[in-house]
Design a protein around this ligand. Structure first.
Ligand SMILES: Nc1ncnc2c1ncn2[C@@H]1O[C@H](COP(=O)(O)OP(=O)(O)O)[C@@H](O)[C@H]1O
Ligand SMILES: [Mg+2]
Length: 404
């Protein structure tokens, strides 16, 4: 694994560079630094293998490059015009120069300049600080897993809206993107995902420091809402070892409510068992197993409802008696459905489950998606009111169960 630092000063090539590095399974972008000083500070932590920066970065000289080398950090410069730049950067001692239009090849260049693999992947995420207002430990939060079958029924949309609603109620909330098929929470929320929170957190688990350091890998969206972003690309799921999510959840719930966005399948891969390989769906299974409540999201159409019913059965095969809430998402008049009929049909599969409806609200969803914000941040809507109703119903259910 190559651990990279990127000095980000707003150049046009940076987005492409970041995308190329994030897309490569052998590279982790540890931090985006704002200038040379920031870079040297990050490099002095001794965790990075290589720095990617602009050839004309202000303050970059031979001393800086020597310092970086002293910290074991190779230097790759990106230049608008590599030829004249090579002359200048050559004097500073950088290890490679890449044209601004060649940043797609950065992963290969990084592999070239770093020697072999670094032993033990460092457990050092982006330099986020622990929020000053972090509530005291000792008041464990509840864990809600938002699950749902294939067909994009709206798991991520509901998970984000649920987390935002809990935060609005002044409950500190951590939203964890645990979808083994590739995270989408960061995109939904317009988080330029320089570091995968989930992969960073998984490394903290491996290092045994997740309980203390989880706050460092969370993105802070507001006073009360934090996000652990998901996999930067689907094929990186094996890096989250079995048990890692449970440890992350345990750390997160020590002082916050936890909402988990999950994948679409709980299916057990018997072939993987035989080969001793990890289970891709293990992450989703772990999420629903760790949860106090499961919100099962299905799409309001005939296919969606059939899948929802099937999903109830899958979940029941896995868990004994989960606190289960079925959400029929994108309900709309054009279906011509009566809610009581849908409830009756679903109760046939899950007599104990609560059934909720969320409206199809393209306007609200588009507004939030385009702005890269939560539904709530982009204003009240039928959908935010529906989610508030869901949170009310979940709380009422819990009270009823507790008083029994
Ligand atoms: N209640 C809703 N009204 C309108 N559009 C919705 C609603 N819920 C989800 N969507 C849209 O459906 C698509 C899939 O939603 P998403 O939450 O990403 O699904 P999943 O996580 O299940 O794959 C997205 O484009 C999202 O904006
Ligand atoms: Mg999703």
């Amino acid at each position: 694994m190559i651990v990279a630092l990127l000095v980000s000063t707003g150049a046009a090539w940076e987005a492409g560079a970041l995308a190329a590095l994030n897309a490569h399974p052998g590279v982790v972008v540890l931090k985006r630094c704002v200038d040379v000083e920031d870079l040297l500070a990050a490099a002095s932590a001794g965790r990075a293998d290589v720095a990617v920066l602009a050839a004309d970065l202000s303050g970059l000289d031979a001393t800086v490059v020597a310092d970086l080398h002293g910290h074991g950090v190779r230097v790759v410069a990106v230049a608008a015009d590599p030829d004249p730049a090579t002359a200048r950067t050559g004097r500073t001692g950088v290890d490679a120069v890449v044209g601004a239009d060649e940043v797609g090849g950065l992963p290969d260049v990084l592999t070239g300049v770093t020697t072999g693999t670094s032993p033990g992947v460092p457990a050092e995420p982006a330099g986020a600080e622990r929020p000053a207002d972090a509530p005291p430990a000792g008041s464990p939060g509840r864990v809600v897993a938002v699950w749902g079958p294939a067909g994009a029924p709206g798991r991520t949309t509901v998970a984000i809206a649920l987390a935002a609603e809990l935060a609005r109620r002044r409950l500190t909330t951590v939203l964890v993107d645990a979808d083994p098929h590739g995270g989408a929470v960061a995109q939904h929320l317009g988080v330029l995902d320089e570091v995968s929170g989930l992969l960073s957190a998984a490394r903290l688990v491996a290092a045994g420091t997740v309980a203390e350091r989880l706050p460092e890998v969370q993105r802070r969206l507001s006073d009360r809402l934090r996000v652990v972003t998901g996999l930067p690309r689907p094929d990186r799921w094996p890096e989250v070892r079995p048990g890692a999510l449970a440890a992350i959840v345990a750390a997160a719930r020590s002082d916050a409510q936890v909402v988990l966005d999950t994948g679409f399948s709980l299916e057990h891969d018997a072939a993987a068992d035989l080969g001793g390989r990890p289970q891709r769906n293990g992450l989703t299974v772990e999420a629903v197993t760790e949860a106090d409540s499961v919100v099962l999201v299905g799409a309001a159409d005939p296919v969606g409802l059939a899948r929802l019913a099937r999903a109830v059965t899958d979940l029941r095969e896995l868990l004994d008696a989960p606190d289960l809430h079925l959400v029929v998402n994108r309900m709309r008049p054009s279906l011509g459905w009566r809610e009581p009929d849908v409830v009756a049909m679903l109760r046939g599969f899950a007599p104990e489950a609560e059934v909720h409806f969320l409206p199809d609200d393209q306007v609200a969803v588009d507004r939030a998606l385009v702005a890269g914000r939560t539904l709530l941040e982009s204003g009240e809507s039928a959908l935010t009111r529906g989610v508030a109703g869901l949170v009310d119903a979940m709380a009422a259910r819990r009270q009823a169960l507790n008083s029994r």
